[in-house]
Structures are given as C-alpha cells and as structure tokens.
Ligand binder design. Structure first.
Ligand code: SAM
Length: 286
C-alpha cells in the first residue's frame, strides 16, 4: 500500500475516526520524491537500526523498514499507534512501535535493547515542528549511540543549524549542532509536500554525528560560555560573559588571550574561538 497519497491517508484516517492534530505537529508526507531524498540522505544498510520519531501513519516507516534491519518508532498519538499496526507492523515484523513522548522515553534503554554490541543507530524522522529544538538537543546532548540524524525540520531551523558565525541565524543551536555533528541541508521542501500543508517551508537536514568534538574545551564549561554569550546577544562579549560570575577584567583578559576583541558580540565567534575563551576562563578561574 503506497501511503504517500492524500486519498489513501484520508481513507485510513476516516476508517479509524482520526483527524490530523495540529497541536501534535501532524503534517503527513505525501511526496514520493521527498521520501526518496530522505532515504538517500540516510544511506541505510540492511543491518542498520533506525530510530524514527513521530511515524504518523507510517509513510516513511514503510520505506525505512524495507531498507534497514530494524526500525524503532516512537509515536505520541495513541490513535496512530493503532493505525501503524495495520499499515506497517502487519507487513514488516522488523518494526517496533513504542507509544510515548520522544522527549521523555528512555532512549538509552530502548536503543541498547535493540543495538548489537558496538553498533550505533541512525535517526530518520519527519519531526513534529512544535518540539524540534528540544528533541534535536536531546538527541545531541545525551551521548546516545547515534551515527547520523536525518530530519525534516522547519526551514528556518535548518538554516540556524548550519549557519556560519556572524549572521543573524547563528546562535546556540548552530553551535550545538556543529559541535556534535557535521550538518548539511540536503533538500528544501515546500508545504505542498504535506497533508495538511504546514504554514512554513521545510528542509531535510543530515547530521553526521562526530566521534570526537571538533574543538578542545571542557564540554560543560564550553556550553556555559556559549549560553552566556547568546543569552544577551546585544551586549558585548565582555559584558555578556560576566553573567558567568567572573569579574569583567578576568573576562577581558581571557578574551584578549584568545585574540578576541572584548567589544565583539557572541554571534561573531567561531567554535574554535568559543573553545579558546572557555579554556582561558576556566583555567584563569583557579
Ligand atoms: N512520519 C510521518 C510522516 O512523515 O508523514 C508523520 C510526521 S508528523 C510531521 C509528526 C509526527 O510526530 C506525528 O505523527 C505526531 O503525532 C508525532 N508526535 C508529535 N509529538 C510527538 C512526541 N512528543 N513524541 C513522539 N511523537 C510525536
């Protein structure tokens, strides 16, 4: 059954007495070319374990199940979990559907139960846009065994993820995504590829999870500095970083020792510069 069709999706939903729920970010994919692009970006092998967040009616899930060894899906809407039994689980025994909130379930446990020793999973998902940032941050920060993340997100969020330093799109999300992964926008997607159509443009982002951080600095301190720098974007770095509890002259010295003019703004700093400031500040501390 090809689910990438408005008629088929409408018929299944009607049979189950369901309607797309806006509050759960339910915009279902109906464009086969977009599914092809997501599959190509995910580069799945027959022994891969895939984590899909928000499988919906199973349109992408079917394609993942055909290409990978095992697919673990987490869906919040109980009505859709029932639909998935019919659309996916009945014909693909390698799919597990967990009913739950992807922000709250124990992903370490769910993945370790399914991954062979030493293996990592690939995340592939058309994410619910109302929780994209916390979900992606969770995937990045929790040290999960992940090899890559291919996600459909709102286009603006995609642009923030890949933004270089200096522009208005560059912020704490850009630094985190680029610290943990090598991101790239693989496709822009128009609202017409979904049913119902979202109000915003979308994009598919591929993130290759790094095995080593790209810069040398204690991780927690690094993100404390990043958060402080972007927390008060309009302030100079020297002023913004005093919120970390360091006297201004210490902050200024740490910036100058990293070759950074203290009047610069946080949004102009590269990852390497954030790392240098972090090293200077947290060694200057003791
Ligand atoms: N994968 C399907 C597709 O591409 O057609 C559906 C994608 S739709 C954009 C997002 C899906 O995420 C919906 O099925 C929605 O019910 C589900 N969802 C929303 N919030 C969720 C959460 N916190 N945890 C898990 N799933 C969630």
């Amino acid at each position: 059954m090809d689910l990438a069709s408005p008629g088929v999706l409408k018929a299944i939903m009607a049979r189950h007495g369901l309607r797309p729920q806006h509050r759960l970010g339910q915009n279902f994919l109906i464009d086969g070319r977009v599914l092809d692009a997501i599959l190509a970006a995910a580069a799945l092998a027959p022994d891969d374990v895939v984590l899909e967040i928000g499988p919906g009616l199973g349109t992408l899930t079917q394609r993942l199940a055909a290409a990978a060894g095992r697919v673990l899906c987490i869906e919040l809407d109980r009505g859709l979990v029932e639909v998935l039994r019919e659309t996916v689980v009945a014909s693909y025994p390698n799919v597990d559907v967990v009913h739950g909130d992807a922000n709250r379930v124990d992903l370490h446990k769910l993945l370790s139960e399914r991954l062979p020793p030493g293996r990592k999973a690939k995340v592939v998902a058309n994410l619910p846009y109302y929780v994209t940032t916390p979900l992606v941050m969770r995937l990045l920060e929790e040290g999960l065994p992940l090899e890559s993340i291919v996600v459909m997100v709102q286009r603006e969020v995609a642009e923030r993820m890949v933004a270089p330093p200096g522009g208005k799109d560059y912020g704490a999300l850009s630094v985190a995504v680029q610290y943990y992964t090598e991101p790239a926008v693989v496709m822009r997607v128009s609202p017409a590829s979904f049913m119902p159509q979202p109000e915003v443009e979308s994009a598919v982002v591929r993130m290759r999870v790094r095995t080593e951080p790209p810069v040398a600095a204690p991780e927690r301190a690094f993100f404390r500095v990043v958060k402080a720098a972007f927390g008060q974007r309009r302030k100079s770095l020297a002023n913004a970083l005093t919120s970390l509890g360091f006297p201004k002259d210490v902050v200024q010295a740490a910036l100058l020792a990293a070759g950074i003019e203290p009047g610069r703004r946080g949004e102009s700093l590269s990852l390497e510069e954030f790392a240098a400031v972090t090293r200077n500040l947290y060694s200057a501390e003791g």
